[in-house]
Ligand binder design. Structure first.
Ligand code: HPA
Length: 270
């Protein structure tokens, strides 16, 4: 695994020999954030040794390297989900590559279903904590010491100082921002009415099919994480919970300008 990561890192460095400060993962329907980056190099996932290849509509599958808000960034346009059939090790492979490329902070976005009854479609929710709802932990198996310790502490997986900065940015720009607990599920089915209700009772505010495993890998690597969900549908209001993937993508696109503003200003402050 370490050898595979080293080979992927060396390949990327052979195309783009700059150490990025910030890694960004762009969620479903959120790919046009990449237009904000002053692009210096784009690398297709399929060209990178050992990199998984993305299969979902709305995920284009490339690394975008360049400058944003005066900082060197590397953005993943397209991520890997367990429901696509990847192993958890494959899902978190890019996070480890980004770490070994030199990033100091990881910013994550995703599309998620609302399970807090006060949420509306298009709301942004800062993730302050997560619940893994039977998603497989990517650190299972023999520990690889190069990635970090056997039993990582998960008391602050989403850094409070980054959350505070983002809340101030939202306030200054009159963006109504929520904060809450993200429940990670495997998908690919959306939740049943009974499941949305259960997740709400368990303390979840939003639910989605990504992020949790990526964050676990990042925490083990000692990478500070900031993550935002775009609420693309409202599962918890029982009369509203029919959902299509297209609706999710459209809602994410509509909310993208707000997310872009927050990420750009946050990056400036890092
Ligand atoms: N459930 C799970 N994943 C999702 C949802 C949802 O309602 N919306 C967007 N991703």
């Amino acid at each position: 695994m370490v050898k595979e990561i080293t080979e992927a890192v060396q390949f990327i460095q052979s195309k783009y020999n700059t150490s990025p400060a910030i890694g960004i993962i762009l969620g479903s329907g959120l790919g046009s954030f990449a237009d904000e980056i002053n692009i210096e190099c784009e690398i297709e996932y399929s060209d990178i040794p050992h990199f998984p290849v993305s299969t979902v509509e709305g995920h284009s599958g490339k690394l975008i390297c360049g400058t944003l808000s005066g900082k060197k960034v590397v953005a993943m346009a397209g991520r890997f989900h367990y429901y696509e059939g990847y192993t958890t090790k494959e899902v978190v492979f890019p996070i480890r590559v980004l770490k070994f490329l030199g990033i100091k902070t990881l910013l994550i976005s995703n599309a998620a279903g609302g399970i807090n009854s006060s949420f509306k479609v298009g709301d942004l929710m800062i993730i302050k904590d997560h619940i893994s709802m039977l998603t497989i932990n990517p650190l299972l198996g023999k520990n690889i010491d190069e990635f970090g310790e056997r039993f990582p502490d998960m008391s602050e997986p989403y850094k409070n100082n980054l959350i505070a900065k983002a809340k101030k940015i939202a306030l200054d720009n009159e963006i109504n921002i929520k904060e809450g607990v993200y429940v990670g599920v495997t998908g690919p089915t959306f939740e049943t009415r009974a499941e949305y209700k259960m997740l709400n009772i368990l303390g979840g505010d939003a639910v989605g099919m990504s992020t949790v495993q990526e964050v676990i890998a990042a925490v083990q690597l000692g990478l500070p994480v900031f993550a935002i969900s775009v609420i693309t549908d409202i599962g918890i209001r029982q009369e509203e919970n029919t959902i299509t993937h297209e609706e999710v993508l459209q809602a994410a696109k509509d909310a993208e300008p707000k997310l872009t503003l927050i990420f750009k200003q946050l990056i400036k402050q890092l």
